[in-house]
Ligand binder design. Structure first.
Ligand code: FES
Ligand code: FES
Length: 264
């Protein structure tokens, strides 16, 4: 898409963590577009490649912000010329925030509100701030991603990591014994569901509900269940057994290595 244009070669790009202050005439930046109620809010903010153009700084109002749904980012401008960027994935149950109003970034699912200046929680139930994102502003007034990694407010961006000399042995996610036949297990950290529809047959699915992006939390009665609005997905193929979700859970590759289940 056009917004994904790489900004290589653009002169005078200034990278900062979570905030971009525009000097002189250069504008600031951020990314996202208004999400619909059906927009899945996969977590994993920061998956956008470094240098990706988010949008025009002029689209971000002073004292407000703009949600760039396709980039899973919110860009705010708490003060004129000061731009900040955050993940748009709500830290409560992973819905996509969809509005910036009255100084807060708002989640439609259960009403959490986050401050535009630092992503901190102004109203629950969200337990944690929205992670700040690193962005840059180029000479054309376009907002571009910096490192693309999420950085919690007040934290320094992670230092460049050197690749380890030797890869440590990869531990499996779980033992095949942990996955009940006819059922499954949710791996919250990996945002993954592994099911075993029939003995010895293992399947992997995204744990992000395709309705409004909550994390599914339970596998019971032959379905993978979302707590937010009750959507249920078949353990056999992730298809919708009951809504409001309309789309199946996407497949994710898993492999069985001995008695260990790993992400492929
Ligand atoms: S308030 Fe955002 S997911 Fe619950
Ligand atoms: S987010 Fe609405 S049912 Fe899952």
């Amino acid at each position: 898409m056009a917004d994904d244009t790489r900004a290589r070669g653009v002169p005078r790009r200034t990278a900062v963590t979570g905030a971009v202050v525009i000097a002189g005439a250069a504008a600031g930046c951020a990314r996202y577009a208004e999400p619909s109620a059906e927009t899945p809010a996969e977590s994993g903010a920061g998956a956008v490649e470094e240098g990706t153009v988010i949008g025009a700084a002029s689209d971000v109002p002073v004292g407000g912000g703009k949600v760039f749904a396709d980039k899973k980012m919110v860009v705010t401008q708490p003060k004129k010329g000061e731009f900040k960027a955050f993940s748009s994935v709500c830290t409560h149950q992973g819905c996509a925030v969809n509005k910036v109003a009255d100084g807060t970034i708002d989640c439609p699912c259960h009403g959490s509100k986050f401050a535009i200046k630092d992503g901190s929680v102004k109203a629950g139930p969200a337990p944690k701030p929205l992670p700040a994102m690193e962005v840059s502003v180029n000479a054309d007034g376009k907002i571009t991603t910096g490192s693309g990694k999420g950085v919690a407010p007040g934290e320094k961006p992670p230092a460049e990591e050197k690749p380890p000399a030797e890869k440590p042995p990869v531990k499996g996610l779980a033992s095949t014994k942990d996955i009940p036949v006819g059922g499954g297990k949710v791996f919250e950290k990996e945002q993954l569901v592994v099911t075993q529809p029939s003995k010895g047959e293992f399947k992997g699915f995204s744990a992000i509900c395709t309705h409004q992006g909550c994390s599914v939390t339970q596998v019971k009665g032959g379905t993978i269940n979302c707590p937010c609005h009750g959507s249920k997905f078949e353990v056999t193929d992730g298809s919708v057994r009951s809504g409001p979700a309309k789309k199946p859970l996407p497949y994710r590759s898993v492999k069985v290595d001995g008695d260990q289940i790993r992400l492929a």
